[in-house]
Design a protein around this ligand. Structure first.
Ligand SMILES: Nc1ncnc2c1ncn2[C@@H]1O[C@H](COP(=O)(O)OP(=O)(O)O)[C@@H](O)[C@H]1O
Ligand SMILES: [Mg+2]
Length: 335
């Protein structure tokens, strides 16, 4: 799958064969299994999949933020020619915040309730770029302004509880952007927000990305927001990438039955509310993965014993479009 792939010149961050296992009381759970993806400067890669598919764990592994043990991380994480998984803890700390920024899933638990917003926004700048005094304060004001917080100078001395959910999420983005990282990983960055704030933040990130040439990895369980923001999409199921494609190809011609199900489960525009036709069944227990295709127990299009017993590998179905199936679901039609 990956042996022939070297780190492509134009990709700024390249994840290769990333595997994360957790030692648990019930045994070893492989929650991220041989995951590969890459993202280029100025590009947005969306990683989508149901809750529990391994999106956050893989992002935390890339950031070097998983405690080991209980986690065991294998693979390669190339950031411009160096493999972060081989880097020293000091080097990783230097990279984090400086070259790789991350917006975490929950802004309330990720902000320190006891520190002022100004302190939290300026910490990274102070640490990584060595700014102090009024210069540091100016940069904090600039950052809060950048993410659309009104009258930012007046709000530096306030605490997180004085900010609304949307404003806290903006603060999280300001912190992640503080040192102008080459790559921003946004994990469910807008999931907790109302639709209007969500749209504003997506618009803001798009603008910042254009200005800064940043690569963005947009992690979400909501395929609905992906169409408007991503260049490419990587679909995860039960710890594996099951389909990857340029965004238009994914929507026009999804090939994995899971992706087809996810798209079928999208609310219809102009329909009555968000009625979701969900994919029936549950994802497998990471401690008891099916030996064959992991989606087999839920798949409406499984064909024979091969799907049940043999794990499918990724194959190319179009330019940049790869899928983990045995059969060509396009040519098979809807049998
Ligand atoms: N510290 C941990 N120990 C054991 N299992 C974990 C730990 N953290 C996460 N997991 C498991 O890893 C899987 C993937 O979780 P996660 O990456 O958070 O999913 P997602 O972000 O896609 O919703 C889940 O089954 C979760 O229970
Ligand atoms: Mg998550």
């Amino acid at each position: 799958m990956s042996a022939e792939v070297s780190s492509p010149a134009e990709s700024v961050l390249s994840v290769r064969d990333l595997t994360v296992r957790f030692a648990t009381r019930r045994g070893v759970a492989t929650v991220v299994d041989d995951v590969s993806w890459e993202v280029a400067a100025g590009e947005t890669l969306a990683i989508v999949g149901e809750s529990g598919s391994g999106k956050s764990v893989s992002a935390l592994a890339v950031m070097g933020l998983l405690p080991t043990p209980p986690a065991r991380v294998q693979g390669q994480v190339w950031l411009e020619g160096s493999d972060l998984l081989q880097a020293s803890p000091q080097e990783r700390r230097r990279t984090r915040g400086r070259r790789l920024g991350m917006v975490f899933q929950d802004p309330m638990t990720s902000l320190n309730p006891f520190l002022t917003i100004g302190k939290q926004v300026s910490e990274g700048v102070e640490h990584h770029l060595g700014l102090h005094g009024s210069e540091l304060r100016d940069r904090a004001v600039e950052l809060l302004g950048l993410v659309g917080i009104p009258a930012p100078a007046d709000r530096l001395d306030e605490h997180p509880h004085q900010f609304s959910g949307g404003m806290r999420q903006r603060v999280m983005i300001a912190i992640a952007l503080a040192c102008e990282p080459q790559v921003l990983i946004a994990d469910e960055a807008t999931t907790a927000l109302d639709v209007t704030t969500q749209a504003q933040i997506i618009e803001l990130l798009g603008r910042l990305q254009e200005d800064m040439g940043m690569a963005v990895v947009w992690i979400t369980h909501d395929l609905g927001v992906v169409a408007g923001i991503a260049d490419r999409v990587s679909v995860m199921y039960a710890g594996q990438v099951v389909e990857e494609a340029p965004v238009d190809a994914l929507y026009a011609d999804p090939r994995h039955p899971y992706t087809q199900g996810l798209l079928g489960a999208l609310p219809v525009i102009g329909g009555h509310g968000r009625e979701l036709a969900t994919i029936s069944g549950l994802p497998p227990d990471p401690l008891q993965m099916p030996p064959g295709c992991r989606f087999w127990p839920r798949c409406t299009r499984r064909l024979d014993a091969r799907c049940e017993h043999e794990p499918p590998t990724m194959w190319e179905v179009g330019p940049g479009h790869r899928v983990r199936t045995f059969y060509d679901t396009a040519r098979e039609g809807s049998r």
